[in-house]
Design a protein around this ligand. Sequence first.
Ligand SMILES: C[S@@+](CC[C@H](N)C(=O)[O-])C[C@H]1O[C@@H](n2cnc3c(N)ncnc32)[C@H](O)[C@@H]1O
Length: 392
Amino acid sequence: MEEETSKLPLPGAFVEFLEANGVDPSIYSDTDSTPRYIRLKPGCEAEIDEVEAEIKCKLERVSWLPGFYSLPPNIHIANSKAYQQGKIYGIDAASGAAVSALNISAGDHVLDLCAAPGAKLCLMLDLLGDLGSATGVDVSRHRLAACRTMLQKYASGNRSRLFVADGTAFSLIPIRVQPDSKSCESAFGEKVERFKEWTSRRTWKERKKAARARDTVALLPGIQQPELIFYGKHSGIVGLSKDELYQTHSDGDFLSSGYDKILVDAECTHDGSIKHIQKFEQWGWKTLEHRVLHAERTDSLTVLQLKLLTNGFRLLKAGGLLVYSTCSLTVAQNEDVVEQFLKENAFAELQEIEAAKGWPCRSGLIPKTLRFDPLTSRTSGLFVAKFTKLVV
Ligand SMILES: C[S@@+](CC[C@H](N)C(=O)[O-])C[C@H]1O[C@@H](n2cnc3c(N)ncnc32)[C@H](O)[C@@H]1O
C-alpha cells in the first residue's frame, strides 16, 4: 500500500498568486512529508492493532485531537478492510480542528451549509451521538449524493437529512420535536401525504414526479425548494407532511429555534489543500491557472463566501456557535470576508477557540482567527474563525 511521493514543484503563476494574496509559498516546501490523517469511528478503538497490521504501518495518535491518527503520506488506506467496512475514514487534522471548534455536544441541532463530500459532517454526527440532528446542505447534487453514500457507509445517517440547495438562501428550521401527527387528513379533510421511512428504492411513478418537480424549479429560479435527497429514521422527517417540512420562518424564529451549531466550510480556491494542489500535477498546471487563479472567479468566490456566512449566521440560534472555514489561505477569502461580515452584522462576535491553545497553528491576521498550514501544523492549509450570535 506504499506509493511514491515527490516534492511539489510550484509553477510560477501559482507562486505569483500566493504572493499577491499574502501567502508565503515556502509553506509548501515540505508537503511531501506532511502526514495523512484518519479518524477511527467511535467504538472501533479496540481494533487499532488489526488496522495497523492490515495497512502495515503504525498509526500515530494525534495528541491534540481525540480519535485522530497520522500515517505517512505514501500509505494508502482505500483497499484496506478497515476502510471498506467503515471503521476508519480519511479526514485532515485541520478539518477535524474546525469541527472541534464548534464544541458539538449530544442533543445539538447542527447544520453543515457546504456539506459535500461529507467528511466533516461525518465527524459532526460522531460527536452528536444519539441525540439531536444534523442537516447537510450542498448546491451540487452529485457531490451530495457522494455524501449520502458516505453517511450510509459509516452508519452515521440516522439523525441526518441532506438537502440539495443553495446555502445562500437555505431557510429550513431544525426539527426539534419528533412529529407525532399520524393523521392522513388535513383540517379541511384533504388527504395529506406524510414522509415514510427513507428508502433508496423508488417507484417509477415517484421518480417521474421528482424529475417533473426538478424541471419545474429549474424553470423558476429564485423559488427553488430545497431537494431532500436523504433522511434518517430519527432525523425528525418521518411522519412530517411536505407543508410542515417546508414551512417558512421569519428571522426572529431562528433566534429562538435555529441551529445550535453551524459549519460554513465555504467553497474556495482550495489553494491551501495539499491534496487538491497535488491533483494539478496530473491535470496540468495550466488547468490550475484557469480553474483556481482566475481573478474573476476569485472575486465572485468572495461574494459567495460572504453570502454563505451571512445566511449561515441568520439560521443560527441566539447564543449558538458558527465556524467559518476555507481551505484557501488568501487574505481575501478569509480575514477580508470576516471583517466585512462583522461590519454588516452587529450581533456577530468573534470567539476565542479555547481548544486551540494546544493546536499547532498560527493566529490569522485578525486576533482569534486561526491558520493551519503544512509547515506550521503538518496538516493541509485551513483558515478557521468562530462566531457567536449575541443574545439581544
Ligand atoms: C470546501 S467544499 C466542502 C467540504 C465539506 N465540508 C467536507 O468536509 O467534505 C465546498 C462545498 O461547497 C459547495 N457549494 C458551492 N456553492 C454553494 C452554495 N451556494 N450553497 C451550498 N453549497 C455550495 C460545493 O459544492 C462544495 O461541495
